[in-house]
Design a protein around this ligand. Structure first.
Ligand code: UDP
Length: 418
């Protein structure tokens, strides 16, 4: 980054009551004339956490803005339905590079990388700020900086550790962040810490803005007649339902939930989500595992669902089972907003949201027995579950509101445009 010291000088980082570091006031930063125009870039056309985080920011942006996607998919339709102009620049070779790509993978995609970096640079010229929302967007947007010469902000949604990324990717991220990115905002302290470790930036130069949820979207769902809601969604009306939301992928740990389910005879498990990035083999493995555990009749694959608030409200408990540290975990704040008790894997950004025994329960990642025990505990003690839910609703309103998230991101973008 060009000037982490000046970030400090502007007082961009402040302690929140909950001990959460967030980017704070930039109002009055010299040189900011109104709301800057922004080109948002995202590598995915799918609706993952990073995209659902960008959606409300891009759609409510108060100045000229456009979203440039590096792949097509339902994200485009969602943006367009909210009146956001979307452009596409797709390249199958570049899309095919995985997070753990080795040197060869990058070399094969080189012509596509150059083409896409130039395409981003061409579009960026018409905007004040280039907002990069994902890793590939970072690489391509930052590589083109000599061509577009625009200020760059990177929204970091990942823990850039060896657990999640290959050595080439980490090296590229390290040098591009140092020399081409003007400001980084991380989605959690866990993500920020991983970048600080990689780049040796001063910790205070990577402010944290946690995701926010629109509480109204949850309040709008009438769950007073739970049976009717479940009937409407095609779920068993009277079973005790545990919901696990998110894409089907090994590190999201759906197999841990299946293992736990085998020890919870009266519970049904609903897997809400799909294999978004080619993890079909894992889905097949889950089906084989379910057959082996004889839990098929209590396991429901419902695929990707657009209306997460309704599906969450239809559950008795929301599970989060990631086996690797989760960068943030939107599903957790959504579960809290839905007024359902949450049991989550204690690693990464999750521990910045869930306070064990206060607003939810934490279990060790990968510990199916502990997960089953936590579910049993909540079933056995509905009053305790209700206390967790009440506190979670207070916490989500105080620390994870959509308004606060948008306000903080707006300030960070305005700061970059100064
Ligand atoms: N989600 C959804 N429909 C589904 C499954 C998941 O809308 O069928 C949403 C979920 O509500 C959450 C996001 O996908 O907002 C997942 O975000 P999270 O941060 O939990 O995981 P990520 O995708 O970033 O790894």
């Amino acid at each position: 980054m060009n000037s982490p010291a000046s970030v400090n000088a502007q007082g961009l980082v402040a302690k929140q009551p909950a001990g959460v570091e967030v980017a704070t006031a930039v109002a009055g930063v010299p040189g900011v004339k109104g709301t800057p125009s922004v080109l948002f870039v995202d590598q995915s056309g799918q609706l993952g956490g990073a995209e659902l985080c960008l959606l409300p920011l891009a759609s409510t942006w108060a100045a000229r803005r456009e979203v440039l996607l590096l792949a097509d998919g339902p994200f485009r339709a969602r943006l367009e339905s909210l009146g956001v102009q979307v452009e596409l620049t797709c390249d199958a070779r570049v899309s095919g590079i995985s997070k753990n790509a080795v040197r060869f993978g990058w070399l094969m995609a080189l012509p596509g990388i150059v083409r896409q970096a130039r395409a981003i640079a061409r579009r960026a010229k018409a905007f004040d700020v280039l907002f990069l929302n994902t890793q590939k967007a970072l690489v391509l947007g930052a590589l083109g900086k000599p061509l577009h010469r625009k200020r760059i902000i990177w929204h970091l949604h990942d823990i850039v550790s060896v657990e999640h990324f290959g050595p080439v990717q980490r090296l590229v991220v390290k040098w591009l962040t140092r020399f081409a990115v003007d400001h980084v905002v991380a989605n959690s302290r866990a993500s920020a810490a991983s970048l600080v470790e990689l780049t040796h930036f001063a910790p205070e130069s990577v402010p944290v803005v946690h995701n926010g949820v629109d509480l109204n979207a949850f309040q709008d769902i009438d769950a007073s007649d739970l049976r009717a809601l479940r009937r409407h969604l095609g779920l068993p009306e009277t079973a005790w339902l545990a919901g696990l939301f998110g894409r089907l992928a090994p590190w999201k740990g759906q197999h841990i939930a299946l293992e736990a389910l085998a020890n919870l005879p009266d519970v049904h498990l609903v897997l809400v989500g799909a294999a978004l990035f080619g993890e079909e083999a894992y889905v097949e493995a889950l089906r084989v595992q379910a057959a082996g555990l004889r839990i098929e009749d209590r396991l429901h694959f419902v695929g990707f669902q657009d209306n997460a608030p309704a599906w969450m409200k239809a559950m008795d408990v929301i599970l989060h089972t990631s086996t690797a540290p989760e960068p943030f975990g939107r599903v957790i704040i959504e579960g809290m907003a839905a007024g359902r008790p949450v049991i989550a894997s204690a690693a990464g950004g999750v521990t910045e949201i869930v306070r064990h025994g206060k607003n939810g329960l934490l279990v060790e990642p990968g510990d199916a027995a502990a997960l089953a025990g936590a579910v049993e505990a909540l079933r056995a003690e509905p009053d305790r579950a209700q206390r967790l839910v009440s506190q979670a609703l207070i916490d989500v309103e105080q620390h994870f509101s959509l308004d606060e998230y948008i306000a903080q991101m707006t300030k960070a973008i305005a700061y970059v445009a100064r």
